[in-house]
Design a protein around this ligand. Structure first.
Ligand code: BTN
Length: 321
């Protein structure tokens, strides 16, 4: 969006619904009143409801239910994540776009879309991405070795759960990368890495959240095991407010990840885990492990105690229970 349009929206938002004159907006932006009027008409076309009263000015009555960057950025309490947001109405996959752009974009750039035509899930699965959800990817550039990738997924799961819990729901993390409410999946995370000589160049953290989606809209194969924030909260959520909270939590956890011992994150992860203490079956590329999930190591691996009392450390795999 054009910078002047974004700035006019910001001015109207921060006036708390009180009218602001065209003269005042124009002088703040260094443009004429006629230009202000031109931008107001364009902003209305984007779905904002703006009342104009002659000699009084413009007042913002409502904002569209879209994940527009200027809405997310207004009052965003982060210094790294979401300072740059690339918005699309429809894409194939935000992870694919983020991957293409990663080298040119600063760390913390967010790619967000209202819908995805070819949303990608783990292990080549398709990720259904209906309007009303929140589908986005964050470009991260941590200076850490490749083996830290598993930890980043845990960091993201923790941040998502914490942001959701602010809505009053009992969000819990299923190792490695799902967030569940009442045992049903509400979010999936796809972490993709580009590395050179064992050192991470960039990470694409893809997060898919069933926000304002009805259970009846899910594909039949996943319907029974999926839920949405709208279903759990009992009404549609404010996606913009949630996105701000999520970026904030994600940044907090990311800072911890880059500056503190991982064991601090692990303890909090375990306190919000759905998996620990359960009998699980984990399928890895080389074997299937059955046993009780008893912990997570400082490498981000799931610890499973098998029937033969062997403690298996699993760094990646599909977990069922
Ligand atoms: C999974 O649970 O299988 C992971 C799902 C990840 C989906 C998100 S939606 C945003 C980003 N873009 C994609 O294509 N996938 C991730």
């Amino acid at each position: 969006m054009n910078g002047n349009k974004a700035e006019i929206i910001r001015i109207l938002q921060s006036s708390g619904g009180k009218p602001v004159s065209g003269q005042e907006i124009g002088s703040k932006l260094g443009i004429t009143r006629a230009m202000v009027w031109k931008y107001i008409r364009e902003i209305r076309k984007d779905g904002y409801e703006i009342k104009s009263s002659p000699k009084v000015g413009y007042a913002l009555k409502s904002s569209p239910d879209m994940l527009y960057p200027e809405q997310i950025k207004a009052g965003l309490e982060t210094s790294l994540l979401g300072r740059e947001i690339l918005y699309y109405n429809e894409v194939e996959s935000t992870n694919s776009i983020a991957k293409e752009l990663a080298a040119k974009c600063p760390e913390g750039t967010v790619v967000i879309a209202e819908t995805q035509k070819k949303g990608r899930g783990r292990m080549g699965s398709e990720w259904q991405s209906l309007p009303g959800g929140i589908w986005f990817s964050v470009i991260l550039k941590p200076s850490v070795p490749l083996e830290y990738t598993a930890k980043i997924t845990l960091v993201a799961g923790l941040a998502v759960s914490k942001a959701m819990r602010e809505l009053g729901v009992d969000a819990r993390i299923k190792w490695p990368n799902d967030v569940l409410i009442h045992g049903k999946k509400v979010c999936g995370i796809l972490t993709e890495v580009d590395a050179e000589v064992e050192k991470i160049d960039h990470v694409i953290l893809g997060i898919g959240i069933n926000a304002n989606v009805r259970q009846s809209e899910f594909r039949e194969e996943i319907r029974e095991d999926s839920t949405s924030l709208e279903e759990e909260v009992g009404k549609p959520i404010d996606r913009i407010a949630f996105m701000k909270q999520l970026l904030f939590e994600l940044e907090q956890q990311y800072i911890k990840f880059t500056t503190q011992k991982f064991s601090d994150i692990v303890s909090e992860w375990i306190s919000l885990s759905d998996t620990i203490g359960k009998e699980v079956t984990v399928t890895t590329p080389v074997k299937i492990i059955e046993g009780k999930a008893v912990g997570v190591t400082d490498k981000g691996a799931l610890l499973v105690k098998t029937k033969n009392n062997v403690r298996e450390e699993i760094i990646a795999g599909r977990c069922r229970y």
